[in-house]
Design a protein around this ligand. Structure first.
Ligand code: FNR
Length: 382
């Protein structure tokens, strides 16, 4: 394992451990990956105001979101197939999140199902739902989530159809002879093959298998996604969910101020400003570029979460100064999970917290809830 001195070191550690089809599935984005690169580059371009001699001996990373007190303004984002990157990966990541007093969001297309993850920890998970053609599946998933104690629903709306990800065809995730190529890669990565490939079974889409009453494996994954995403979706379709779901409902994948205002009108409790980590439409704004106008449109009426490109604690402080209330981590925690399981996720979250404290000390922010645009020296380029 390479030396880990920063969250970004886990990317290389994950690359060494995972078969390439999985590493590139995580690491890649849509088309030429311009937006994916801009997500990180634009955050790095956000300059904070350095302030000194402000007596920064007491700092608070705590915040309140949807009535929950969080240890820091971070949640783990929903990431499909997490149980392929580490053995029963969703459970390991949920345990790490719980230890750090932050929420874990379970993806619709997780390996471990709602019940397996909920039973493993003693705080409610957040559940992410996609809009799917099969409304019976959606209803079943919502009912099971409710029964498992889930209160917070993350509704992802930026995938009316899957984006084109060129790397997947090259890496063996899809494309010709994909199953054979994946098998050959697993043989060449024996640590992963033993730990996850063999001992991490079953490798189902847990929530889908339970609903269909039969295993839905990786071979079916891309096909199932393609057949089930629903481009006809509109705000009207969300109304029955709003009626059914009495807990907080967060709309994920909003990037335009008009859509943010529509989310407020709809009655959402929060939005996630996100381009899906650059995995959907290449060429759209980075989250750092989009955030200021989104904050302006929402005017504090509902919570603003953001993701896409946040790789360290300094980025989180930048995101909060740009107008977010909390940040979702995607690849940042997945690389750590793939490299070192639950301990890796705990460590990466510790590193985030340490970096946030340094950034807060040197910007004069005593609490994360103080952060706002007055802490910025320069916005990302438009
Ligand atoms: C995702 N993302 C995602 N989002 C979602 O709502 N449901 C899902 O199942 C998935 N699956 C998924 C798989 C993988 C491998 C990645 C990398 C991402 C998007 C995710 O929630 C989040 O929006 C992005 O990961 C944020 O960008 P960063 O932090 O990864 O740059």
């Amino acid at each position: 394992m390479p030396i880990i001195s920063s969250p970004t070191d886990y990317r290389e550690a994950a690359r060494r451990r995972l078969p390439p089809f999985l590493f590139h599935y995580i690491d890649g984005g849509a088309y030429a990956e311009h937006t994916m690169r801009r997500n990180q580059a634009d955050l790095a371009d956000v300059a904070l105001r350095q302030r000194v001699l402000q007596n920064m001996s007491a700092l608070s990373l705590e915040t309140t979101l949807f009535g929950q007190t969080l240890g820091m303004p971070i949640a783990l984002a929903p990431v499909g197939l997490t149980g392929m990157y580490a053995r029963r990966g969703e459970v390991q990541a949920a345990r790490a999140a719980t230890a750090c007093n932050i929420p874990f969001t379970l993806s619709t297309v997780s390996v471990c199902d709602i019940e397996e993850v909920s039973d493993a920890i003693d705080r409610p998970i957040w559940f992410q739902l996609y809009v799917l053609r099969d409304r019976g599946f959606m209803k079943n998933a919502l009912e099971r989530a409710k029964a498992a104690g889930v209160r917070t629903l993350v509704f992802t709306v930026d995938m009316p159809m899957p984006g084109a990800r060129y790397r997947d065809a090259h890496s063996g995730m899809s494309g010709p002879n994909a199953a054979m190529r994946r098998y050959a890669q697993a043989v060449l990565h024996p640590r992963w093959a033993w730990d996850v490939g063999l001992r991490g079974r079953p490798h189902d889409l847990g929530n889908v298998s339970r609903y269909r009453g039969k295993p839905t494996g990786l071979e079916d994954y891309i096909g199932w996604l393609g057949a089930n995403f629903d481009p006809s979706i509109s705000w009207k379709d969300l109304e029955w969910i709003r009626e059914f779901w009495d807990g907080p409902m967060i709309i994920k994948g909003v990037l335009d101020p008009q859509d943010a205002r529509d989310a407020v009108t709809f009655g959402a409790d929060g939005i996630v400003v996100s381009n899906h980590g650059g995995r959907q439409l290449d060429g759209v704004l980075s989250s750092a570029q989009a955030l200021p106008a989104m904050a302006d449109a929402v005017k504090g009426q509902i919570a603003i979460l953001a993701d896409s490109g946040f790789r360290n604690g300094l980025d989180v402080v930048r995101g909060l100064a740009l107008g977010a209330d909390a940040i979702l981590l995607g690849r940042a925690f997945i690389y750590a999970l793939a490299a070192a399981g639950e301990a890796g996720v705990r460590n990466v979250l510790d590193l985030f917290a340490k970096e946030m404290r340094v950034a807060m000390t040197l910007t004069g922010a005593k609490s994360v809830t103080d952060l706002d645009p007055s802490f910025l020296a320069r916005l990302p380029p438009s």
